[in-house]
Design a protein around this ligand. Structure first.
Ligand SMILES: [Ca+2]
Ligand SMILES: [Ca+2]
Ligand SMILES: [Ca+2]
Ligand SMILES: [Ca+2]
Length: 372
């Protein structure tokens, strides 16, 4: 660990999880608003590239859901459990110590999320809204409605029902800034504990989280219709941060110098949630019980190619200060066959691919990826 990293760990809320990720930090600005420009290497991308994305079909809630932390409402019976969470780096890492799963539902007003988190030692300390919740064990939600890698939402909650809602204009690695001032008006959350809180004298069973996010709160930056229509797909991921604790004088204390575990629904490949291109796909269904299949993402191949280009460009730009403008320079053999076109722009470049359905997928040097 370098001295720069130590300063970061001490002073920067989000720094820890980036430092652990990247190995080195190119340029770091850590202020109240938490601004980070993180090294983003081609090697990172190679570890992310081929990890499959998780998928889930969210049914429509058939009846009212009481937000009390208990997932025993009749409506929840119409929702399947997700696959169990994996390590954030994927299946190559050991299976998480505790199984975590989520359910999702929706209705005209809300997106509902229910999470089940087994834990033999239920522990939490933070009570101030918008504090750095992942310093406790937590459950986290990430939402990029239009899957453009920019303008996305993050929400973290601990067992004390303390929340941290924030909005990012773009990922930290692209110079994004976290806006903690972003709030979710009308948000409803509750926690249920099966066991005892902050009492190490027994073995606990689980805590569960019940969340209702008003669609309206997501509308401003979503660029999608809300509530969604049947078949609409949004990019969402969930993460559970779990610290190792020990007992000192009858109280839980974090085991010193042990990094937190990050267990996620859709694995990222590296220890960084701020790579929306790896988040899972949530498809909305108007069914209440039956299960509709996940529609294939016809943009998936083009997206992967464009992110390959983005990372190659970034690696070269870091080395030379230049953006490539020809396919030959990129050295991606399949780019030509895929019909990639690169244009120079004032800010950098625009790379695009024609999709079979007549639309065009585009990416720019800041990882913004959109379909037009
Ligand atoms: Ca409930
Ligand atoms: Ca977005
Ligand atoms: Ca906030
Ligand atoms: Ca306990």
């Amino acid at each position: 660990m370098t001295s720069v990293e130590k300063v970061l760990l001490g002073s920067c809320a989000r720094g820890r999880r980036f430092v652990a990720t990247a190995g080195f930090v190119l340029l770091v600005l850590c202020t109240l608003g938490t601004v980070l420009v993180q090294a983003d290497t081609y090697e990172d991308w190679q570890r992310m590239r081929d990890i499959p994305r998780s998928g889930y079909v969210a049914n429509r809630a058939g009846s009212r859901i009481e937000i009390d932390g208990r997932l025993d409402d009749a409506a929840w019976r119409g929702a399947r459990w997700s696959d169990r969470f994996q390590d954030i780096e994927g299946n190559a890492k050991p299976r998480p110590r505790f199984d975590t799963r989520v359910k999702m539902l929706w209705d005209r007003k809300y997106l509902y999320i229910g999470a089940f988190l087994p834990d033999p030692h239920i522990w939490g300390t933070l009570t101030e809204h918008d504090s750095v919740i992942f310093h406790d064990n937590d459950f986290e939600v990430f939402i990029d409605p239009d899957a453009d890698n920019h303008e996305y939402y993050e929400f973290e909650i601990n067992v004390l029902n303390t929340g941290w809602d924030l909005f990012l204009d773009k990922p930290y690695k692209d110079g994004g800034k976290a806006d903690n001032g972003w709030e979710i008006p009308g948000l409803k959350t509750a926690i249920h504990i099966e066991g005892t809180l902050n009492d190490p004298s027994d073995i606990d069973q689980y805590w569960s989280v019940e969340i209702a996010i008003p669609w309206k709160a997501l509308s401003r930056h979503s660029h999608r219709r809300y509530p969604p229509s049947a078949g609409d797909q949004w990019r969402i991921n969930f993460s559970r941060v779990q610290w190792q604790t020990t007992v000192v004088d009858g109280k839980y204390k974090k085991v010193p110098d042990v990094r937190e575990d990050n267990w996620v629904w859709s694995p990222q490949g590296i220890i960084d949630m701020h790579r929306p291109e790896k988040w899972g796909i949530v498809q909305f269904s108007t069914q209440q019980e039956s299960v509709v299949g996940l529609n294939p993402d016809v943009t998936a191949n083009a997206r992967k190619m464009l992110m390959e280009i983005y990372h190659k460009q970034k690696a070269n730009h870091r080395k030379t200060g230049d953006w490539w403008t020809t396919l030959e320079q990129l050295g991606i053999g399949s780019a030509k066959a895929a019909g990639v076109v690169i244009e120079q722009t004032d800010a950098g470049y625009l790379a695009k691919i024609a999709l079979p359905d007549g639309r065009t997928a585009c990416v720019t040097q800041d990882s913004r990826l959109w379909i037009k």
